[in-house]
Ligand binder design. Sequence first.
Ligand SMILES: Cc1cc2nc3c(=O)[nH]c(=O)nc-3n(C[C@H](O)[C@H](O)[C@H](O)COP(=O)(O)O)c2cc1C
Length: 191
Amino acid sequence: MINKITKGPSTALFPVPAVLVTACLEGGEPDIITIAWTGIMNSEPPVVYISVRPVGRHSYRLIKESGEFVINIPAAGQAGVVDYCGTVSGGVVNKFKETGLTPVPASHVQAPLIAECPVNVECRVRQVIPLGSHDVFLGDVLAVHYNKDILDEKGRPDFELIEPYGYCSGEYRLVTKKIGHYGYSKKEKQR
Ligand SMILES: Cc1cc2nc3c(=O)[nH]c(=O)nc-3n(C[C@H](O)[C@H](O)[C@H](O)COP(=O)(O)O)c2cc1C
């Protein structure tokens, strides 16, 4: 018999990604915000989302008014800057200057890519959905950039090199150990 303890509603999902989202208004300073409420919404066309609080987020106005953002996927070695960019506001400090991260022009949007992040996803806002505490920005993916040194010989992201990690109820945790691949359970049953 499995014992369950039932609690009230909460955002109990884990792990979720913790990414660095960049945004910028024309002629303005770019900002970086750490976002954990993010994911994939659709495959064809590729649509992703980020959820941002309108209150207390300098980057909110930049994303809303520019209609653009870049999701920069960090590696484990960048957990420190992920935490930093999620605990100080771009209204107070210039996070590119403070972290030493390098802004690189994107190909389709005003927001810069973060050079040190191995994967950068350029997005244009398709829809904004206010849900309560957060507004959900659905973004059409316009281009994806990969740092050459994290791709394997087949041109796929090498997770041993990237060392991705997840955000688990307030903790940053590595997800590096491979325990299967798509469809492996069916192949095992055929044996
Ligand atoms: C791990 C982590 C995840 C976060 N996820 C979100 C999120 O999904 N949405 C959000 O609005 N704020 C999130 N935050 C809080 C913002 O990153 C934080 O308020 C940040 O300082 C806002 O920066 P800005 O004022 O420059 O936009 C997160 C913070 C951390 C540390």
